[in-house]
Structure formats: C-alpha cells, structure tokens
Write a protein of this length. Structure first.
Length: 109
C-alpha cells in the first residue's frame, strides 16, 4: 500500500502531489500501527519497501520505462534514510553507528 501512494502522486503533476503522498503514508501508518513502530518494526518495514521498490525498478525497466523514476526515487530515499523519524510517516534507521541493530530508547521500552 505504501508504495502505491508514490505511484498515485506521480500520476498527478504538481508540487503538492509529493506532500499528499507523505500525508497518506503517515495516515496509513498511524491507522495500521497505531502511529508507533519500534526500531525493529521500522527496519522490517523498510526492508519490505526496499524489496518492493527494487522489484518495481526491474518491472518498469522491462514494461514501462517512462515510469522508472518512481521506484528509483524510492530506492534512493530508502537508501539515504538514516535520520530519526520527524513524523509518523518517516522511518528511523534500524542500525546503530557500528552497523548492528539499534537498541530501543527508554521511550520505546
């Protein structure tokens, strides 16, 4: 579902479509996960999203090359996502500075 928001936003030209996709993602995660994902859950979600986006790159390359920018943007964003979440639609990195799984903060315990 989360990947579908990117495709829907890309089908509508304009600046506000990206903001709309972010709002939809946030609303979906708030409803689905009660707004809270611990770091392990966020890491698993990110892995599934990355897997799906990479699959989409191959699919679009073979079938709809004009659409390849949609999943490529997602792959780049997922690869660069190493910040703490700023809103419910954004995900934190599941790893610590040494590359191991991050420990939950006191708030998450």
């Amino acid at each position: 579902m989360l990947r579908s928001f990117d495709y829907a936003a890309a089908s509508v030209p304009g600046q506000h479509s990206r903001a709309w996709a972010t709002q939809c993602r946030s609303a979906f995660l708030r409803g689905y996960a009660d707004g809270e994902l611990d770091e392990a859950e966020a890491g698993v979600l990110r892995a599934y999203e990355a897997d799906k986006a990479i699959y989409e790159v191959v699919y679009e390359m073979r079938n709809r090359p004009g659409w390849i920018d949609i999943p490529l943007r997602a792959v780049a964003e997922l690869a660069a996502d190493n910040q703490d979440p700023k809103e419910p639609g954004e995900l934190a990195s599941p790893t610590n500075k040494d590359g191991g799984l991050a420990s939950p903060t006191k708030e998450q315990e």
